[in-house]
Design a protein around this ligand. Structure first.
Ligand SMILES: Nc1nc2c(ncn2[C@@H]2O[C@H](COP(=O)(O)OP(=O)(O)OP(=O)(O)O)[C@@H](O)[C@H]2O)c(=O)[nH]1
Length: 218
């Protein structure tokens, strides 16, 4: 085997499907992760959107995540089963300030169970509470979230697509869990450090790039 063959191990590909009610923040989450952007304006996803992002897991493992962002209105539609089929990971996303978006995850999960009940490989399911930047408006208690996770063996996540808080960590942990890779504390903290450094630099830039206001004396 040549050197280049030894070095270049092919990427692993994972299909992750993001489900949940409209306005829970699924598109924002996918865009924050894949493109590091956030838009305040709500634009409803019709059907499906795709995002791709390559990450590196411990052991120099290249993993390409295919993120399937499914529109919140697709529940009850004919295509939903097809979107879910073959997924290695399912992200059930709700808005922590919107109880209904949490309650309705039961229905989303029922569709997932129906689609995957006969398949050999069961997807990893992650419960994702989004909009933690709005903690002061939280209506879904953390207890409820934890209970839902324990009852169904979900992996548990809290994120803010707006600020980016814990978004990379969420996808990194999900990919690692699917591939059976254990992340140590340092590796998990590393993605948080990168995030906090990014926020610090952004704030620094915003403060010092502001032009002084010109007060014209009459
Ligand atoms: N404050 C805050 N707002 C968010 C966050 N994530 C999303 N939003 C806002 O919530 C609204 C809905 O976000 P989307 O990402 O479009 O929601 P969605 O789940 O993809 O909605 P559908 O396309 O209808 O399924 C938008 O106005 C976003 O700017 C967040 O973490 N914090």
């Amino acid at each position: 085997m040549s050197d280049s063959e030894e070095e270049e191990s092919p990427d692993r590909q994972l299909k992750l499907v993001v489900l949940g009610d409209g306005t829970a923040g699924k598109t924002s989450l996918a865009m924050r992760f894949a493109q590091e952007t956030f838009g305040k304006q709500y634009k409803q996803t019709i059907g499906l959107d795709f995002y791709l992002k390559r990450i590196i897991l411990p052991g120099n493992l290249n993993v390409t995540l295919q993120v399937w962002d499914v529109g919140g209105q697709t529940i009850g539609g004919k295509m939903l089963d097809k979107y879910i089929y073959g997924a290695q990971g399912i992200l059930l996303v709700y808005d922590i300030t919107n109880c209904q978006s949490f309650e309705n995850l039961e229905d989303w999960y029922n569709v997932v169970k129906k689609v995957t009940e006969e398949s050999e490989m069961q997807p990893l399911v992650a419960l994702v509470g989004n909009k933690i930047d709005l903690e002061h408006m939280r209506t879904v208690k953390v207890d409820k979230h934890q209970r839902f996770c324990q009852e169904n063996n979900f992996s548990s996540h809290f994120v803010s697509a707006k600020t980016g808080d814990s978004v990379f960590l969420c996808f990194q942990r999900i990919a690692a869990e699917i591939l059976g890779i254990k992340l140590n504390k340092a590796e998990m903290e590393q993605s948080q450090v990168i995030f906090h450094k990014y926020v610090f630099c952004l704030k620094f830039y915003l403060v010092f790039s502001k032009k002084p206001t010109n007060h014209v004396a009459n």
